[in-house]
Ligand binder design. Structure first.
Ligand code: FES
Ligand SMILES: [Fe+2]
Length: 374
């Protein structure tokens, strides 16, 4: 198979990939991180924003800077459902209109307006639509209602597309995650045979290990549903959005969906407490990744009972990958089938966007079910 040659890494406002991603709802923060009547700065898709929660409880996403003299609105005070700039008190409503300029004799507030963006809060996440026109329908999956959702936001200093490719590339389990609990649960007993099919939502992914089939789903443009095994946490349905912050960094926003009875939940809570303590004593994942990528230690020197061993292993390959715009020098084989389809799906959309043609209207069925495949 030939290499596919597109720039999926540059995500700033003027880039093709950046313009494409702005056509979809993207998570920008955990709901729990935004306190009532507080504001915070947000950086996403190479741009800054101000996120605040008004008195009504609704979250609002607005411009990063005050139009008066450019101070960050994230420093401001939330007054009712408005945001007031800290510097000279200019006040802006959720619709962006300036409602007060207390230090001005002759107010010219009717001429002043800041950008605002549609926000949708669901699943413990705050989603924003940064594109033009009306946002698409918000996708809903049955699994969201069937289990207990735990949200996480994980900063990862490598391109979002490298992370998506890593996730659809299960053959790496047998190499990158060798020696971990993946071996014990039977995930690494043989190299899986990967197949996939293009669907109305993106890609249906299958991984065959012996007679067992592991099924997961990639949703265009940057989110997915799969069954996931994590050390000490056990199995969950894993819904994750890979949202770029910069070209070479992203946040993975996740809904981990657990199906535990009360006894399992109690054991899980204890395991999570132990994991938290262990994490503090064994070094942070990001620090260890830096050491390994810099050649100061080898990945196999990290104890495999490190609570974040899977993240560290994935992180070092993704951040040390030569993930340039020019993919023409790669050799893609049969085990890269899902990566190839992913790039083709993305490549076709970027070409349509570039040519001013209509983009595909992706449709996510609500009743998709994952399988572990072991
Ligand atoms: S800079 Fe915001 S009110 Fe002056
Ligand atoms: Fe991995």
């Amino acid at each position: 198979m030939g290499a596919i040659y597109e720039d999926f890494v540059s995500i700033g406002p003027g880039t093709l990939a950046g313009r494409f991603l702005r056509n979809f709802w993207q998570p920008v923060a955990l709901s729990g991180s935004l306190v009532l009547k507080r504001s915070m700065p947000i950086r996403i898709l190479g741009e800054d924003f101000t996120l605040y929660r008004g008195l009504s409880g609704a979250a609002h996403l607005v411009a990063p800077q005050c139009p008066h003299r450019g101070v960050s609105l994230a420093l401001g005070r939330v007054i009712g459902n408005n945001i007031e700039c800290l510097y000279h008190g200019w006040n802006f409503g959720p619709d962006g209109h300036c409602t007060a300029q207390p230090a001005e004799d002759s107010e010219f507030k009717k001429d002043v307006c800041i950008a605002t963006y549609p926000v949708h809060e669901a699943l413990g996440l705050i989603f924003a639509y940064l594109g033009r026109g009306d946002p698409p329908a918000f996708p809903v999956l049955d699994v969201f209602k069937e289990g207990r959702i735990e949200n996480r936001a994980s900063y990862r200093p490598w391109p979002f597309f490298a992370q998506i490719e890593n996730s659809v590339d299960e053959t790496h389990f047998n190499f990158v995650h060798r020696g971990t609990k993946f071996d014990e649960i039977g995930m690494n007993t043989q190299i899986p045979m990967l197949t996939c099919e293009k669907t109305a939502y993106g890609m249906r992914r299958l991984a065959m290990r012996g007679g067992a089939v592991r099924e997961g789903y990639f949703f265009m443009p940057n989110w997915s549903l799969s069954s996931k095994y994590e050390h000490e946490e056990g199995w969950s349905d894993h819904v994750v959005w890979r949202v770029p912050i910069e070209d070479h960094a992203h946040i993975s926003f996740t809904c981990e969906i657990f199906y535990q009875n009360s006894v399992e939940r109690e054991a899980y809570d204890k395991a999570m407490q132990a994991k938290h303590i262990k994490r503090q004593s064994m070094g942070s994942a990001l620090d260890l990744m830096k050491e390994i990528v810099a050649g100061k230690m080898h990945i196999d020197e990290v104890p495999t009972d490190h609570p974040d061993i899977i993240l560290i292993q994935d992180g070092v390959v993704c951040s040390a990958q030569r993930f340039h715009k020019d993919r023409a020098t790669e050799y893609l084989g049969a085990s890269d089938r899902q990566v190839v389809m992913l790039r083709r799906l993305w490549g076709a959309e970027l070409k349509s966007l570039n040519a001013g043609k209509n983009l595909t209207l992706w449709k996510v069925p609500h009743d998709l079910k994952t399988s572990r495949g072991i």
